[in-house]
Write a new protein. Structure first.
Length: 449
């Protein structure tokens, strides 16, 4: 998903509170400031006026629904195909699309009352949008139309809800799996990928190479920096709690930090930190450690598969193996893309009709098959047109259907909580103790909402 958003990357990138590495830049979303609003409002208003003009020329007797979407390029063309199909399917509404690949511009338009009737974003942003009256609660529409929200894959609706209300519907899911370099494993004497999380961690030590105090091959899946530790945390069946009971001291996160601590102790803080920092700066480029054949394991999403193929790697893809304590039950971090109706929408009824079409109707299947994303609808998990989307789909669809999916807490201070967790990882990476890192994270998360 090529969406323009702002990402601040520390030594370990901020936790995935928004959309993710290769599928689109994740971001921490802030409320539009008055200064930004005054600067951007003119542009947003101009965009809205252009959309209205276009609508006036094309809608006839239909009611206009203005749809600003964050996708651009080829992905924008896919969205326009869905819009055209919807417009042809009924006689009441005419959706007019406008590619606006700038999240801040969309928010400015909404805040100024000159925004769209419907737009898209990431599920991790919806708590803030709900609290700041950016997004409209959908509960009355859901009740009126008798919508069965169990149609969505378990967990995908969680990010769209805040304080007991639903503010968006998911359109696609992002989950993670384990990539491994078959040649590097074979060279180290392994014929199969790891069957448990503990086995992967043990193998990672043997798969790491160093020379003159510098790593030359990374065995641990520490790049990208933002995926591995929440994946391991969730793999123990634990999570980071909820508002009012945040739990950065959970067993899984402690085990993730202990693994990192032992790895750093074995190969040296400077060596590991230098390699990981350099690798993170080259993520998804030709010099990316995994793509360059210099990393054994990688935890990543669907978007990485083609990159690995194009790099000519001899690689495999499996579900992240379960921790021994979980008796074979696997887990995955989950993030979503979603559609919501702004609180200032001029045609919320029309927006709702289109929202249903693109998230639960024919448009949902078009979206998934055109963009080759993972579906958020249960009915699409075994749809032949979806399962044939690519070689990696069998693995990622298995994650969606078999793994327990975990999300970060739906909270207003999500970025602050993510920073507290990533700072704990940084501390251990630099040679600090696990206990001190967790104690600091607990203190930093106290009182967050």
């Amino acid at each position: 998903m090529k969406k323009k958003r702002v990402l601040c990357v520390c030594l370990t990138a901020a936790m995935l509170t928004g959309l993710l590495g290769g599928c689109g830049s994740a971001a921490s979303t802030s409320t539009t400031s008055d200064a930004a609003a005054s600067t951007e409002a003119g542009t947003a208003a101009t965009s809205a006026a252009a959309a209205d003009t276009q609508a006036a020329e094309s809608t006839g007797d239909k009611e206009t629904v203005n749809f600003w979407y964050l996708w651009g390029g080829d992905e924008a063309k896919y969205i326009e195909q869905i819009i055209a199909a919807y417009n042809d399917s009924q006689d009441k509404y005419e959706v007019v699309g406008l590619s606006t690949p700038d999240q801040q511009k969309v928010l400015t338009g909404i805040s100024g009352g000159n925004g769209p009737d419907i737009t898209d974003d990431f599920g991790s942003d919806m708590a803030n949008y709900a609290n700041e009256n950016i997004a409209l609660a959908l509960d009355d529409y859901i009740a009126k139309d008798g919508i069965d929200t169990s149609a969505f894959v378990t967990g995908t609706l969680d990010q769209q809800q805040y304080d007991g209300k639903t503010y968006a519907f998911p359109i696609s899911a992002n989950v993670f799996a384990l990539y491994y370099n078959k040649d590097l494993l074979k060279e180290a004497g392994y014929t199969d990928p790891p069957k448990t999380l503990e086995e992967m961690e043990e193998m990672s030590f043997k798969l790491t190479k160093s020379e003159n105090g510098q790593l030359t091959q990374l065995g641990a899946p520490l790049v990208p920096t933002s995926y591995w530790y929440n994946s391991i945390t969730f793999d123990y069946g634990t999570d980071y709690g909820q508002v009012g009971n945040l739990t950065p001291d959970n067993e899984g996160f402690r085990n993730a930090l202990t693994y990192l601590h032992d790895y750093v102790a074995e190969f040296g803080s400077d060596a590991v930190n230098s390699y990981v920092t350099s690798g993170q700066s080259k993520v998804n480029s030709a010099q990316d450690p995994f793509l360059a054949g210099q990393a054994a394991f990688r935890i990543d999403g669907t978007w990485f598969y083609k990159m690995a193929e194009d790099a000519g790697l001899n690689f495999g893809l499996e579900l992240l193996p379960a921790a021994e304590s979980q008796n074979g039950q696997t887990y995955s971090y989950l993030d979503t893309s979603c559609f919501y109706i702004p609180s200032t929408a001029k045609n919320p009824d029309g927006a709702w009709d289109f929202l249903k079409y693109i998230t639960m109707g024919d448009g949902a299947k078009m979206f998934i098959t055109l963009k080759k994303d993972l579906p958020a609808l249960n009915s699409l998990l075994d749809d032949p047109d979806v399962t044939s989307n690519g070689d990696s789909y069998s693995v990622y669809l298995k994650v969606l259907s078999e793994s327990t999916l975990k999300t970060m807490p739906s909270m207003l201070n999500g970025s602050d909580y993510a920073t507290a967790l990533s700072n704990a990882v940084d501390s251990v990476m630099l040679g600090g103790s696990v206990d001190d890192a967790i104690a600091t994270a607990v203190s930093a998360s106290d009182g967050l909402k």
